[in-house]
Structures are given as C-alpha cells and as structure tokens.
Design a protein around this ligand. Structure first.
Ligand code: NAD
Ligand code: MG
Length: 398
C-alpha cells in the first residue's frame, strides 16, 4: 500500500526537494495535501503534477487559487485555509507521513498537530521544536509519533547513534556509550569576513550560501550562525542531551554532516554531497533506504576536510542560543521570535546584519523567562518577544 504524504510548505526549498523524491517513488508514496503561503502559480504546478486531495493557502488567496485550479481542470482538489486548514491536513486520518517544512513559528501548531495525531513526522521546521521543546518531545512519546530529523546535521547524528538510543531513558545525558556530539557548521558565506565587513553585508550576499541552496530565512540564519544556534537547541531536544554535550565545529566543505563520539574513542561521521534530498529520503524511508538522484560522494575530489572552532565574537548568535538553551523555559522561544523579526527586518533592509544578534540579545534581556509547561505560555512569550523586537527594529531604523 502506498504511503499518503502531507507536505506543509510544499512550495519551499525543502517542500520542492521532497516532491522530487516522491516523483521518483510514485508507486510507494502519494501526495495527500500540499500547503503554501504564497507563490500560487507554483502551487498549481505542483497540483497538476501530484494531484493532491487538499491544498491549503491563506484565506485571502482561496478565491484566486480556486480560479487557477478550475482553469487547469483541477476543481476536484479541495481548498482549505489558514492555520485551521494546516492543522486539519496535518492530522487527517488518511495521512501517514507529514513533512513539516513551513519556515518559522508559523509551523508550530500544524507540526504539533501531526505529532499529536501519531504521524510519522519528518521535521525540517526546526523553529517549531526550538519553541516547544519538551512539549513536542513528550507529545511524540504520548501519541506514538515517529519524529525523524530532516535537518542534515540531525539526520546525520540520528544515523550515527546506536539503533536503540531512543528506547533509553530521556534524562539529558548521552547514553549507550555516546559521549559527545559534534555539530558541524559550514560557517556560511561570511566565514572569513572581518567584523567591520560584517556590518555592511547585504541581504543578497547573505542569501548566497556557498554549499546549500535554501529559503531566505535559513540562509540569513546560516550567515549569522543563528541557524547553528537553533540546531544546537534542536539537537538537545531530539537526542535528550544537555547543551554542553554538543560541540559546534566549523567544517566549510559541508561533506561531513555531523559526528557522534563514543566513550571508547570512536567518532562516527555521516558524509555525503550537500543535497537535502539525502536526509529527506532517509527520513521518508527509515529504517529502509530508497534511491535519490544524489550522486555518491567522490572522496578523491574532496582531498581536504577542514575543522575549526566557531568565532563567537563575529558570530554572537551561537552563544546567545547556547545560553538560551541553558536557561530553558520560554527563553528559546523568545530567542527564536526576536530572530524572526530581526531577520525579516534585515531582508527588508531596515537594519544591518550585525543588528540581528544585537536585537535578539536586547529582546532576551528585556523579557523575563518563565517555565514553559504549556503551549499558551510559549505562544505568549513568542508574541511579547515579537513586539519588543519590532520596537527595537523601529528604533534602530530611525
Ligand atoms: P522556504 O522559505 O523555501 O519555504 C517555506 C515554506 O513555508 C513555503 O512553502 C512557504 O509558502 C511556507 N510558509 C512560509 N510562511 C508561512 C506561514 N506563515 N504560514 C504557512 N506557510 C508558510 O524555506 P525552506 O528553506 O524550505 O525551509 C523550511 C524549513 O526547513 C525551515 O524551518 C528551515 O529552517 C528548515 N530547513 C531547511 C533546509 C534547507 O536546505 N532549505 C535545511 C534544513 C532545515
Ligand atoms: Mg542544518
């Protein structure tokens, strides 16, 4: 029987890579629902090729989508709207697999709905886990969801961990002989920029990643190293370890996607060409393996692999995230919300590049953290942090 897949964020970079793999394995997988916030023409193209049962867009775009679908003789595709529509398709009883590939906090409730419905959830939307942490991990346990990491580093770590790692107790300590995680970072497009140069980089430069082709927000996060900070928090939750068991390693070639160290002196690494189709296919088929178009790594063309420590003076975001994880509670949600506002402002050229971590830090300083024992507290912290960060953007921009 073929598996029915819901793709949250189908028009994005991860969504498109997912669709590419599904096209290659159309006997095994069918597309049940696709969602998009914008780019309706692309969504209609996806509908034409994959014939989903549902398409979800903001309510302001429903009429336009309906007209476009009718024009393509696709009127049988049901259109749902807004967050309620996203939640409905993510938790639909006919869905087996949910690809969580919406960017940012907007993906939290739909992703959590998929987890609570006990789905196989392929997690690309790291911000959702950064915000909700223990709540999402506990929901996965309670509802027997299979939460599989798509983020290339976490997927690599998952592949290097012992198979029964996830059956062991979740107590913040590495287990089954694991001693440490080496989370690799490419260092982004500004790895060798001076602090002075960093002050004047443009959004276009920030979005031009040396190794990966990604959406705008994660590209800027990669340039500030906030992406690695969010990933550090993501790793702590996924693998149930305290932050000091995660070491960030800058590895500019992006060939090793992360490593796991063991008490006997072993270090296991997962390697491959930098293409998100590999971790997506891994999460989709796990514990089996399916083919992708990604060519096998030719080690002879990669004669040098380098590893350096991150520079936290030029890239303070990493330390802010590590500190947020240490403090815990609503702090990671505050960090994430302030970052989303600051990145958006940078992309709109309202603030400079180095103001991104500055705004995140000031927001963290202005907002007291609380225990994050329920979702409402987290959503409220998210809203308050957005308001503060927005105010800081307005002040800086003037
Ligand atoms: P993207 O910007 O290319 O795509 C985002 C998708 O989410 C689009 O389909 C968009 O329409 C939808 N979306 C945006 N805002 C929305 C909203 N408010 N409500 C509903 N839908 C909305 O982003 P991407 O690069 O594909 O990244 C998606 C997620 O995957 C992010 O969380 C990112 O951190 C993570 N991720 C991406 C990569 C990568 O290589 N692109 C790698 C690892 C993790
Ligand atoms: Mg990553």
């Amino acid at each position: 029987m073929s598996q029915s897949v819901c793709i949250l964020g189908a028009t994005g970079s991860i969504g498109q890579s997912t669709l590419k793999i599904l096209a290659q394995h159309s006997q095994e997988y069918s597309v049940f629902a696709v969602t998009a916030q914008s780019r309706l023409a692309e969504l209609v193209e996806i509908c034409k090729q994959y014939r989903p049962r549902f398409a979800v867009v903001p309510s302001s775009k429903v009429d336009e989508l309906r007209q476009l679908l009718v024009a393509e003789q696709l009127a049988d595709i049901e259109i749902l709207a807004d967050e309620a529509g996203l939640i409905a398709v993510a938790s639909h009883s006919d869905v087996d697999v949910v690809m969580a590939a919406i960017v940012g906090a907007a993906g939290l409730l739909p992703t959590l709905a998929a987890v609570k419905a006990g789905k196989r959830v392929l997690l690309a939307n790291k911000e959702a886990l950064v915000m909700s942490g223990d709540i999402m991990m506990q929901a996965a346990l309670d509802h027997h969801a299979t939460l599989l990491p798509v983020d290339s580093e976490h997927n690599a770590i998952f592949q290097c961990l012992p198979q029964n790692y996830f059956q062991a107790e979740r107590n913040g300590q590495p287990k089954l002989g694991v001693s440490n995680i080496l989370l690799t970072a490419s260092g982004g497009p500004f790895l060798n920029h001076s602090l002075e140069q960093l002050h004047s980089v443009t959004p276009a430069q920030a979005c031009k990643h040396p190794n990966w082709s990604m959406g705008q927000k994660i590209s800027v996060d990669s340039a500030t190293l906030m992406n690695k900070g969010l990933e550090l928090i993501e790793a702590c939750h996924l693998f149930s370890i305290e932050e000091h068991f995660v070491t960030v390693v800058v590895h500019p070639q992006s060939i090793i996607h992360s490593m796991v160290q063991y008490v006997d002196g072993s270090t296991l690494a997962q390697m491959g060409n930098p293409d998100m189709c590999t971790p997506i296919a891994h999460a989709l088929a796990w514990p089996e393996r399916i083919q992708t178009h990604v060519p096998a790594l030719n080690v002879f063309t990669h004669s040098q692999l380098n590893f350096v420590e991150p520079d936290t003076t030029r890239f303070p975001a990493l330390q802010l995230a590590r500190q947020a994880m240490k403090v815990g509670g609503t702090t990671p949600a505050i960090l994430n919300a302030a970052n989303e506002i600051a990145v958006d402002a940078f992309l709109k050229q309202k603030i400079g590049f180095m103001q991104i971590p500055a705004i995140v830090e000031q927001t963290l300083n202005q907002l007291a953290h609380q225990a994050a024992n329920n979702l409402d507290v987290i959503l409220q912290a998210d809203a308050e942090a957005r308001a503060i960060a927005q105010q800081l953007v307005t002040n800086k921009g003037s």
